[in-house]
Design a binder for this molecule. Structure first.
Ligand code: GRG
Length: 276
């Protein structure tokens, strides 16, 4: 089946954006500052890749989108928390994200830290909500929680961030770079598609195929993100370009050069197409 990908992504993004606006507490909820800060970063836009992958994973496995929508949004909240914390002065110290001044620039560091914490916490409330009306088998819940916590925790995103910080200013081998990317970016992307499929009760074989898809997509995505940091602009990216080089981050363009990085990204994507 051929899919009009841009139209598909735009439609799914609309569904996710509308659900996020509904699931986040209203800005005036007491104390308003924290709820304003949560809404400020989440509703600033973004591609909504991770929630769309949850929906796609469920769809492929025969699930209903409405049933998995709160968990799909949970992935976006976890992703946005990681962006807010990554932008803090203690980490990447970035001034722009999603085309707007970063959370700490607007609300101050303390509220930015708490907004990230609150989004992470709300994410698990939304996972619980997914099981509230009894349409999904509650036996799946522990598997879904394990999937998400492994991807977001020290085995995944946080662990990758630590290796990344510790590698700044050092020459790293290709294996270390791949480990940073697999954990920091790839783990949540892989978990998103797997979680959608798990919620829809996917059998082991389709789950394995979707896992391979998620892994290749995660790697290709991060290589392209590295390339865009070299070639993009603040207007196009919504964040300051060239920040990897300024912070002496390990990146694929640094290690392989731009051409070989492009080839590596398309090999990762092509590899997927060839095996499915
Ligand atoms: C602080 C716990 C903690 C983790 C930080 C994921 C991460 C680890 C930091 C985010 C910074 C970053 C540039 C990571 C690389 C992954 C990446 C490409 C993030 C941007 O994701 P997009 O392009 O952003 O999906 P949008 O705004 O479209 O959602």
């Amino acid at each position: 089946m051929r899919v009009d990908l841009p139209a598909y992504l735009a439609e799914r993004r609309r569904v996710v954006d509308e659900a996020l606006a509904r699931f986040l507490p209203p800005a005036e909820t007491s104390p308003p500052t924290i709820h304003e800060a949560m809404r400020y970063s989440v509703l600033a836009g973004g591609k909504r890749l991770r929630p769309i992958l949850v929906l796609a994973g469920a769809e492929v496995a025969g699930g209903r989108l409405d049933d998995v929508l709160p968990t799909a949004c949970a992935f976006e909240l976890i992703h946005t928390y990681s962006l807010i914390h990554d932008d803090l002065p203690a980490m990447d110290d970035d001034d722009y994200r999603r085309g707007r001044p970063t959370s700490h620039k607007v609300f101050g560091e303390a509220i930015a830290i708490l907004a990230g914490d609150a989004l992470l916490t709300l994410a698990f409330r939304l996972v619980a909500e997914t099981f509230r009306d009894g349409r999904l088998d509650p036996a799946i819940l522990p598997r879904v929680l394990a999937e998400i916590t492994e991807a977001a925790g020290t085995a995944g995103m946080i662990g990758g961030q630590v290796v990344d910080i510790q590698s700044e200013g050092r020459a790293v081998e290709a294996e270390v770079l791949e480990e940073i990317h697999t954990r920091k970016t790839g783990a949540l992307i892989r978990a998103a598609i797997r979680t959608g499929a798990l919620l829809a009760g996917a059998a082991p074989a389709p789950l394995a195929a979707l896992t391979a898809y998620g892994e290749r997509l995660g790697l290709a995505f991060q290589i392209v993100d590295d390339i865009l940091d070299v070639e993009g602009s603040l207007e196009a990216l919504g964040k300051t370009a060239g920040s990897d080089r300024r912070k002496k981050k390990a990146t694929f363009p640094d290690l392989l050069g731009l051409e070989a990085s492009r080839a590596r990204a398309s090999r990762s994507a092509r590899g997927f197409r060839a095996t499915t």
